[in-house]
Design a protein around this ligand. Structure first.
Ligand code: SF4
Length: 516
């Protein structure tokens, strides 16, 4: 068990609580919990009559301050040899396991002082309950996953949709308030389950209407229709021509790089022209965009270059007898190099399969070598610009402005968060940079995720922060059982002091205009 918080005995006395139970007021559900049991979300329990956060609060420790003589040490795991002495340590209290205060005018569960690089700092720590949150999923694949705007389903329920294709990746938008609250109760529950699993880096199965079955897991290769994706393409067909044209020179008479979006044809392409390659007379199906670049040569699919092509010659209409000649050498290849074929024209100008020369095969191999491993990237997007801010300061807009002015740093479980420009505090974070099992849920339904706001102590006073609730790390540790986790040194140390003033050359504030 962890933080013990006083049970209120029922929403300010508005509801009666049966004997032997206590009422949890950490979210609007207001569970009445029997002794020895936990509430609906399993985050809070009744332990001997006290409302108790079940999980320990997660702390990160960095041995030695970077300004001191000693090295900065990344400590490992539970660190059984460490005696708990905090002298000379940099400690960061994360929101994982910190608990929630509700309604939001109550100060956040932990408002912790620390000294970092000789500066007095404050970190406001909470587990936010996010009704407005979702995921942007980047699936590195050439394969056709489904039409843009198609509904994505999980366990039969609509949980999101297909968005745009970016360079070598298909994006999905999953979760969000529409699916959490705007559909049936089951849709909301399934969406919530899916979102918690994605954030906790578990594999999830998705079905795209009119498209593929997909399994995605943060930081792992996506699995499309049961096949694990290996390579993220080197570029579109045109880019592949542009990259490798010189390496093909002298070994081929024509190259076609098959791609669902832009199929490249070497001798027509500017790259071939610059290398003085002779036209081959090849005629390609589809819509010509610019020289050597063709759109819509086939339908989308899971074949060559994200098309439905299994026989590459189906996109070749023929060869002009005025230009082509018997013996002309043709390479057809996909944008990952996974698919490739070599042909030589016979006397009737028909492409005939032939063994690929060694020099050409080497360039095909190099296409594959230049492909990066395919991954699924899971970015959590959440709006913290609402009532959650009242747990930080009595005047929430000052916090919003401070974040936009880079005077307050936002982290999510200690991981760096990108704050979107414009109004509010909309953060985006890569879940692989967050601690394990950072995400929870409540049955409203909504997602529970850690969030921390770190700033200089002086600045916190200026914001109208709840300074009377500031505690030291030692005092916080006395309130709650802690779990210590290795600081991931791939992340910046989250408690480092933000600059005193926004750097004049740095990102400009896009927040609401300041009062003079
Ligand atoms: S769902 Fe969880 S946080 Fe909400 S009242 Fe019940 S036990 Fe408390």
């Amino acid at each position: 068990m962890s933080a013990v918080v006083p049970a209120t005995g029922g929403a300010g006395g508005a509801r009666s609580v049966p004997a032997g139970k206590i009422e949890c007021d950490a979210c609007p559900v207001l569970c009445q919990i029997t002794e020895g049991r936990s509430g609906a979300c399993d985050r809070y329990a009744n332990v001997a009559g006290a409302l108790t956060r079940v999980d320990p609060v997660l702390l990160m420790r960095r041995a030695s301050d970077p300004d001191s003589d000693g090295p900065v040490v990344r400590f490992a795991g539970q660190e059984p040899d460490w005696d708990g002495d905090l002298v000379g340590q940099s400690v960061f209290v994360t929101g994982v396991g910190a608990g929630t205060t509700y309604p939001d005018y109550k100060p956040a569960p932990f408002i912790v002082s620390s000294r970092q690089q000789g500066v007095d700092m404050v970190t406001v720590v909470t587990e936010g309950i996010f009704s407005y949150c979702s995921y942007r999923i980047k699936v590195d694949t050439d394969r056709y996953l489904g039409p843009e705007c198609a509904t994505v389903r999980h366990r039969g329920e609509a949980v999101g949709h297909v968005t745009t294709i970016e360079y070598g990746s298909q994006f999905l938008s999953l979760g969000g308030v529409h699916h959490l609250t705007g559909g049936s109760k089951k849709e909301g529950r399934v969406t919530c389950d899916l979102m918690m699993a994605l954030g906790n880096k578990e594999a999830v199965d998705l079905d795209i209407e009119g498209g593929a079955h997909l399994r995605v897991q943060a930081g792992r290769a996506p699995i499309v229709d049961g096949v694990e994706e290996r390579r993220m393409r080197v570029g579109c067909g045109s880019a592949t021509i542009g990259i490798f044209a010189r390496q093909w020179l002298g070994h081929v008479d024509e190259v076609v790089v098959v791609d669902d979006h832009i199929t490249g044809v070497l001798t027509e392409h500017q790259a071939g022209k610059c290398l003085d390659m002779a036209p081959s007379g090849i005629r390609i199906r589809g819509r010509k965009s610019t020289p050597g670049r063709y759109f819509q040569v086939a339908n989308p699919g899971t074949g060559w270059g994200g098309t439905d092509v299994t026989d590459p010659l189906t996109i070749v209409e023929g060869f002009s007898p005025k230009v082509a000649r018997p013996g002309l050498r043709l390479l057809m290849v996909s944008t990952t190099g996974d698919h490739h074929a070599w042909f030589v024209l016979d006397d009737a100008l028909r492409p005939v399969p032939a063994p690929m020369p060694e020099a050409v095969a080497r360039v095909v191999e190099r296409i594959g070598e230049n492909c990066e491993p395919s991954l699924a990237t899971v970015m959590f997007v959440a709006g913290a610009g609402g009532s959650l801010r009242a747990g930080v300061t009595e005047n929430p807009v000052l916090l919003t402005r401070s974040i936009k002015d880079l005077l307050t740093r936002v982290t999510v479980g200690g991981a760096p968060a990108y704050v979107w420009p414009g109004g509010g505090i909309t953060v985006m974070v890569d879940v692989t940079r967050m601690p394990e099992r950072s995400f929870g849920w409540v049955p409203t339904p909504a997602i529970v995720a850690p969030i921390e706001f770190t700033m200089r102590l002086d600045h916190y006073r200026q914001l109208g922060g709840h300074v009377e609730r500031i505690v030291t790390v030692e005092q916080a540790l006395a309130q709650a059982r802690a779990r210590w986790l290795a600081w991931d040194s791939a992340n910046p140390w989250p408690a480092d002091p933000p600059p005193l003033d926004p750097a004049p050359t740095g990102p400009k504030s896009r927040g609401p205009a300041r009062e003079p």
